[in-house]
Every structure is written in structure tokens, then in C-alpha cells.
Design a protein around this ligand. Structure first.
Ligand code: SAH
Length: 219
């Protein structure tokens, strides 16, 4: 019998392979990231009704007005996170369905993830448990404040866009650590990479993107 994680038909290995080729053509070069995209079953992170579209390079709804990011964006952000010096401890803001979390967890030793919508966090936790992922810690809270008790982190990744850089996320980075985050409003956002230095941060803009907003407080 084919297990739910392996999938069949539209969720088969062949379909996943096609997605990986496409990401490679679109400029994803880190083989470890491509392997993570190949091996994490994206179809279990979306509603069954959408499972047949899980390996298309598109964002999909995950309920509560939120979306699972497009695989290319997940791969691109992950590639920035795992670039040398390789991080071992990563903070993620915006767990959502847990797909980006699972991709990260397959590449680094420890992932701490924060989500402000309780039901999404609960479902993400269940999915990662089903995948026997045991190097992820979950927090229900406002990610604008990071997770100070568990930091500092080697890298921070945010999958929701604040209007400006949240200071707390920079403070919880080690010197030399990277923060990958979309910044902007509903009309215009830029994916940015900040590197913490002894005296502040260095910033570079990567691409224009479209993420849900990083809101304040818990829902
Ligand atoms: N990486 C996710 C993307 C989900 S969309 C995935 O693969 O599914 C972004 C998520 O960020 C949403 O679930 C939203 O609820 C969450 N979010 C928005 N503002 C937040 C905040 N201040 N703190 C924590 N999570 C937040």
C-alpha cells in the first residue's frame, strides 16, 4: 500500500521531481534545499481537496485567511538561511501549516516556530508529529517579540511581512546571524536579508514578494 506521505498520482514522486526541476531552472542551486523540497510531502500540509495541486509552484489557502507560501519562495528563503556559516538553531515566525517549518527541520538541528493563530499551530504540530519530526519547538504568541528565552538564534526566518524590521528579531540573532524577512505593506513588499554585525545590521534586498501581513498580538 502507498502511504499517505508517499502519495500517488498527482502527489507522486514524479510530480515532486517535476517541481524540483522547475525550482532548479528558476535559480535554486543548493542541492540540500532541493532535496528537502523533494522529500517533504507538501500535500499533507494542505486540505485534501487541494492535495492534487500541492506540487505546483503556487501559494495555496490553509484556512483562517492564511496561505502556504509558494515552493519557490520557501526554497529561496531556505537557501539564504542555510548558506554558510550553516546555522544549527533557527527561529521561524509564522508557522502557518508547518510546511516551511518541516523543510527547515530537515536541514538544521533545531527549529523554534511562533504562530499567533492557535488552530493553525495545533494542526502544524500534529502534521510534524505524524512525520516523526522531533526537532521543532512550537509557541503560540506574537512573533514580533521573537522567542527570547530560547535565543540567541543562528538565523531567523519570517513568513509574514511587518511594515518595518522588528528590533526584537535582530536582538535575538547571534553576531554574524541572518534574518530573512519580507518587509512592506499590502501594496509593496521586499524580501530582505539582514546580517547582524557587531554594531548593527547589514541589509540587502532580494526580490519583490507578496506575503500576508505580520499582525500584532495573538488571535
Ligand atoms: N510558512 C507558512 C506561511 C504561513 S502564512 C506556511 O508554510 O504555511 C504566514 C503566517 O504568519 C500565518 O499563519 C499568520 O497567522 C502568521 N503570523 C502573522 N503575524 C504573526 C505574528 N505577529 N506572530 C506569529 N505569526 C504571525
Amino acid at each position: 500500500m502507498i502511504s499517505r506521505f508517499e502519495g500517488s498520482g498527482m502527489t507522486s514522486m514524479r510530480t515532486r521531481e517535476r517541481l524540483v526541476s522547475r525550482l532548479r531552472d528558476d535559480g535554486i542551486t543548493d542541492e540540500r534545499v532541493l532535496e528537502a523540497i523533494r522529500s517533504v510531502p507538501r500535500h499533507i500540509f494542505v486540505d485534501e481537496a487541494l492535495a492534487s495541486r500541492a506540487y505546483e509552484d503556487i501559494a495555496l489557502p490553509i484556512g483562517m485567511g492564511q496561505t502556504i507560501s509558494q515552493p519557490f519562495i520557501v526554497a529561496l528563503m531556505t537557501q539564504f538561511i542555510v548558506a554558510p556559516p550553516a546555522p544549527s538553531c533557527v527561529l521561524e515566525i509564522g508557522t502557518g501549516c508547518g510546511y516551511q517549518t518541516a523543510v527547515l527541520a530537515s536541514l538544521v538541528s533545531r527549529v523554534y516556530t511562533v504562530e499567533r493563530i492557535d488552530v493553525l499551530l495545533t494542526r502544524a504540530r500534529q502534521r510534524l508529529r505524524a512525520l516523526e519530526t522531533n526537532n521543532v519547538w512550537f509557541k503560540y504568541g506574537d512573533g514580533n517579540f521573537g522567542w527570547p528565552e530560547c535565543g540567541p538564534f543562528d538565523a531567523v526566518l519570517a513568513t509574514a511581512a511587518p511594515p518595518r524590521l522588528p528590533d526584537k528579531l535582530v536582538e535575538q540573532l547571534v553576531v554574524g546571524g541572518r534574518l530573512v524577512i519580507p518587509i512592506g505593506d499590502a501594496r509593496r513588499q521586499w524580501l530582505k536579508v539582514f546580517t547582524r554585525t557587531e554594531s548593527g545590521v547589514e541589509e540587502s534586498s532580494v526580490a519583490d514578494v507578496s506575503f500576508v501581513p505580520m499582525l500584532r498580538g495573538k488571535q
